[in-house]
Write a protein that binds this ligand. Structure first.
Ligand code: FAD
Length: 397
């Protein structure tokens, strides 16, 4: 009997890989390990509809419980994989149990970045990555008056929109001179800054946080310019880091993520990786990239599943991403870095427009606001454009 295929990480990539293996006819044993307590779930609503209380837990789950039995996927939640022994082709769980594998997929995702900041461990200070985080945040958020968010990226700005919608006094502190700076052009930042301000959110740009204050529970945020902002809840929204410890300890090549080739193969035979945790070569962008997006998790997991079954399809996506803030749906197609000009189409003031990024005549990316058709058209155009050797850099999607 052949050893099972094991998947570490029961998130968006892990479940897609399991499903794809079955769809492609793999009928051997298949085990999906997840260290969280829940069925595999989607994360985007954690800073959107689910955080607002407008979405049930059931709808967060990527597959109903019955799926796992029907598809013969052995799901082991609350189970952490502690190490890999590539020579023996086996893994060890945190309780010491060893299991052999025929192929192993690492889909370990990212975790919220922690920063060395005085007061970061006070009660009332949170990160937002998991359902457990949301449960803890909700309790404090209900009674909070002053909400302070450190970081004006997507998650920070989405959280600000939800908190403002709940009537909280919201302040966003951002080190850069505009929000979402890493991934969008100034026109898009300006649009969202105006939108947030119109909803009463205070944006403190180009600000450094000195420390969080309070005895056991956070009461305020001290800024570098000497100002103090009262806070009952602080969200640390300062990015995510790939979970690569298992791979590193097993001697796999790791850079800004687990290094894989275009077929999602790691540097060690029999071990594959997909999703947020990987860094992969993109022929389209002429360099290696790491993406944090649902698109990437799903599409790369499909490729990884195929590779485990002997296929050699290369992964080279047009990345896409979205963010919901109030009634504005921002959709991003392509990676815009390296552009030399932008073109605006549609009605900026009415909040229905597309901003296209070009390098010379070449379309690199398009950000659309409440313009889903234009988003889809941009994705189609970008897919037809093919690989590029301009060395453009990825967005922070
Ligand atoms: P994950 O979903 O992170 O899953 C990895 C899983 O592996 C986790 O459950 C982790 O606990 C588990 N794991 C790790 N190590 C081990 C181990 N040793 N043993 C067992 N289990 C382990 N993307 C978008 O495209 N659009 C959005 O609007 C958007 N919004 C987001 C909002 C929030 C609040 C967050 C947190 C993310 C958002 N994202 C969004 C990003 C998107 O959710 C991720 O890109 C996607 O979940 C990546 O899937 P993944 O399977 O690679 O990793």
């Amino acid at each position: 009997m052949t050893d099972p295929i094991l998947i570490v990480g029961a998130g968006q990539a892990g479940i897609k890989a399991a499903e794809t293996l079955r769809q492609k006819g793999y009928d051997g044993d298949l085990v999906l390990f997840g260290d969280e307590a829940f069925l595999p779930y989607q994360r985007p609503p954690l800073s959107k509809a689910y955080l607002k209380g407008e979405m049930d837990e059931e709808r967060l789950f990527l597959r109903p419980e019955a799926y796992f039995e029907t598809a013969s996927v052995e799901l082991r939640t609350r189970t952490s994989v502690a190490s890999i022994d590539p020579a023996a082709r086996s893994i060890a769980l945190s309780n010491g149990t060893r299991m052999p594998y025929s192929s192993l997929l690492l889909a370990t995702g990212t975790r919220a970045r922690q920063i060395p900041l005085e007061g970061a461990t006070l009660d009332g200070v949170f990160s937002l990555r998991t359902m457990a985080d949301v449960a803890a945040i909700r309790e404090t958020l209900a009674g909070a008056e002053n909400v302070v968010i450190l970081g004006g990226g997507y998650i920070g700005m989405e959280f600000a929109a939800v908190a403002a919608g709940l009537g909280k006094t919201v302040t966003v502190i951002e080190a850069c001179h505009r929000v979402m700076e890493r991934s969008v052009a100034p026109e898009i930042s300006t649009y969202f800054q105006k939108l947030h301000r119109a909803h009463g959110v205070t944006l403190r740009l180009e600000q450094k946080v000195e420390r969080l204050t309070g005895d056991t529970t956070v009461t305020g945020v001290a800024l570098g310019d000497g100002s103090q902002i009262p806070a009952d809840l602080v969200l640390l929204a300062v990015g995510a880091v790939p979970v690569t410890g298992l791979a590193e300890n097993a001697g796999l090549a790791v850079g800004n993520g687990i290094a894989v080739d275009a077929c999602a193969r790691t540097s060690t035979p029999g071990i594959y990786a997909a999703g947020d945790c990987t860094e992969f070569p993109s022929a389209r962008y002429g360099r290696t990239i790491r993406l944090e997006s649902v698109q990437n998790a799903i599409d790369q997991a499909r490729i990884a599943a195929g590779s485990m079954l002997g296929e050699t399809t290369a992964y080279d996506p047009v990345p896409w991403f979205w963010s919901d803030q109030y009634d504005a749906k921002l959709q991003i197609a392509g990676l815009s870095s390296g552009y030399d000009r932008t073109e605006l189409e549609g009605d900026y003031d009415e909040g229905r427009f597309a901003l296209k990024y070009f390098l010379g005549d070449r379309l690199l990316a398009a950000d659309t606001v409440n313009a889903p058709r234009e988003h889809m058209m941009a994705r189609k155009t970008l897919a037809q454009t093919g690989p590029d050797s301009n060395g453009t850099r990825e967005a922070a999607a």
